[in-house]
Design a protein around this ligand. Structure first.
Ligand SMILES: C[S@@+](CC[C@H](N)C(=O)[O-])C[C@H]1O[C@@H](n2cnc3c(N)ncnc32)[C@H](O)[C@@H]1O
Length: 198
């Protein structure tokens, strides 16, 4: 088993560059490969706390874009003009009504999800919890992602990922799996990148 290194090079890089978490470099790698984020985009980030995805997204979409972050945890104010945050559960319908009402639109250009369930250490239980979150993410994308838009979601590899990929393929023209370098070697995490919502 590779040694767990809590303070590896991505941890240090995040500190140096002012990111709240090393996860920002995972999104950066995905973005550099698939060219997802562009100036002026409206982006919904699910499972956004503490906020490093939002920090990266904010830079890329610029002052004409809007990033909306959602998490069960409170996201401490990022002090970024183009970022709005909501504390809530991705399964709560009222949350989306509030987001739509307060922001004045109901279609995003891109949805990102770094959602992770509270882990138990029992692979089957954690894998299923992650799958359930992602099935909901696909449902959110079906409703709140514009035609042609993209979706990025974190998965735990090996746990019913076929079901999820199958569901994604019904809604997107291209579905790819990608494991950024910033994912720890010991982690089962990967990302599914879905392009061209139908
Ligand atoms: C790995 S963290 C996200 C890190 C974040 N992308 C960043 O860059 O700072 C995963 C998050 O998913 C959130 N989460 C898990 N289940 C959720 C749910 N049902 N609704 C909203 N957020 C949830 C957790 O509270 C946790 O903050």
């Amino acid at each position: 088993m590779p040694k767990f290194e809590p303070k590896d090079r991505f941890y240090n890089k995040a500190k140096e560059e002012g990111y709240r978490a090393r996860s920002a470099f995972k999104l950066q790698a995905i973005d550099e490969k698939y060219r997802l984020l562009k100036s002026g985009m409206k982006v919904l980030d699910l499972g956004a706390a503490p906020g490093s995805f939002l920090q990266y997204i904010s830079e890329k979409i610029g002052d004409k874009g809007i990033a909306v972050g959602v998490d069960l945890q409170k996201i401490d104010d990022l002090e970024l003009e183009n970022v709005r945050t909501y504390q809530g559960d991705i399964f709560d319908e009222e949350l989306y009504k509030k987001i739509v009402q307060e922001n004045g639109f109901n279609q995003f250009d891109l949805i990102t999800s770094d959602l992770a369930p509270k882990t138990t250490g029992i692979p089957f239980v954690d894998g299923n919890a992650s799958l359930n979150l992602n099935l909901q993410v696909v449902e959110v994308a079906r409703r709140y992602l514009r035609r042609g838009g993209g979706l990025v979601m974190k998965i735990l590899s090996g746990f019913n990922e076929g079901d999820l990929i199958g569901r994604a393929k019904k809604n997107f023209r291209q579905v790819k799996k990608f494991r950024p370098q910033a994912v720890r070697k010991s982690s089962a995490e990967s990302y599914i990148v879905c392009l061209g919502k139908m």
